[in-house]
Design a binder for this molecule. Sequence first.
Ligand SMILES: Cc1cc2nc3c(=O)[nH]c(=O)nc-3n(C[C@H](O)[C@H](O)[C@H](O)COP(=O)(O)OP(=O)(O)OC[C@H]3O[C@@H](n4cnc5c(N)ncnc54)[C@H](O)[C@@H]3O)c2cc1C
Length: 249
Amino acid sequence: MTALVGEAAAADETASLKGGRMAAEKALAAIDPIAYAASRNHLDGAVTRLSPYLRHGILSLDEVRNHALASVADPRQAEKFIQELAWRDYWQRIYLVHPDRIWNDVESYKTGFEASEYDSELPADAVDGRTGVACIDQFIAMLYETGYLHNHARMYLAAYVVHWRRVRWQAGAVWFLEHLLDADPASNNLSWQWVASTFSKKPYIFNLDNVAKYTGHDINTRMADNRVLALSYERLGELLFPNLEPAHG
Ligand SMILES: Cc1cc2nc3c(=O)[nH]c(=O)nc-3n(C[C@H](O)[C@H](O)[C@H](O)COP(=O)(O)OP(=O)(O)OC[C@H]3O[C@@H](n4cnc5c(N)ncnc54)[C@H](O)[C@@H]3O)c2cc1C
C-alpha cells in the first residue's frame, strides 16, 4: 500500500517536470532561499528541482544565484542555497582540471577493503528495485519513474549500493547517469566517490532512524521492512567495515 502511494506521488512529479526556458523561469520564480535553508535536508523540503535546467544549460548558476540574492532582504538569507550552488561549480571545476577523476578512484577506499574486493556490477535485485529493503526499493522506483531524487535519497541509495552490497561506486554512477534527468558526470561521479570514501576522509553511511527523520509518510521506514538499516551507527560500522578499528569516543 505504502509503495502504491509512493508510486502515485512519483508519477505526479514526472508530469510536473517540463522542459524549456519558460518552465525553467517558472521554477526559478518559485525558489524560496529562506525556506530552503530550513528544510532542504527533508525529502518534502523546499528544494528547487532546478538541477535538470542547470545541467542542460537552460539556466546558468550565475542567473540562479542572482535571482536568489534579489529575492531576500539580507544576502545572508540566501547563503545556504548559494553554498549548494557552489557545490555544483566545485565539481565542474574539478572535472575541468582533473578529468581523470571522473571514472578513477581519486584515493583508496577508507573502508578496510581494497577496490578489488568490490563487485564491478550492480546486483540484479537492485537493478530491479527488489532488494527487499523497503525504503531503498521506493527510492529506486522514484529514480526510474521520475528521473529525479532528492539529494538525501541519492546519498542513501549510493551508500546502500557501495557499503551494504559492496559494489564499486563506478557501477552505481553509471546506473544513476542512465536514469537521472540532471545526469552529470561531475556532480554524480564525484558525489559517488564522496559516499564511497575514495574522495573523502571516511565512508558515508546512514541508518533507518536517519531515513525516518528526513522522509515523510510516503516512505516505508518500518523496522520489519528495513532490517539491514535498523541498527546503531556503531553496530553498522562493525558489520559493514569489519577490518577497521572500532571508532572511539
Ligand atoms: C550520489 C549522488 C549523485 C548525484 N548526481 C547528480 C547529478 O547527476 N546531477 C546533479 O546535478 N546533481 C547530482 N547530485 C547532487 C544533488 O543531489 C542534486 O544536484 C540535487 O539533489 C538536485 O536537486 P534540486 O535541484 O532540487 O537541488 P536543490 O537542493 O534545490 O539545490 C539547488 C541546486 O544546487 C546544486 N546542488 C545542490 N546540492 C548539490 C550537491 N550536493 N552537489 C552538487 N550540486 C548541488 C544543484 O545544481 C541544484 O539544482 C548528486 C548527489 C549525490 C549524493
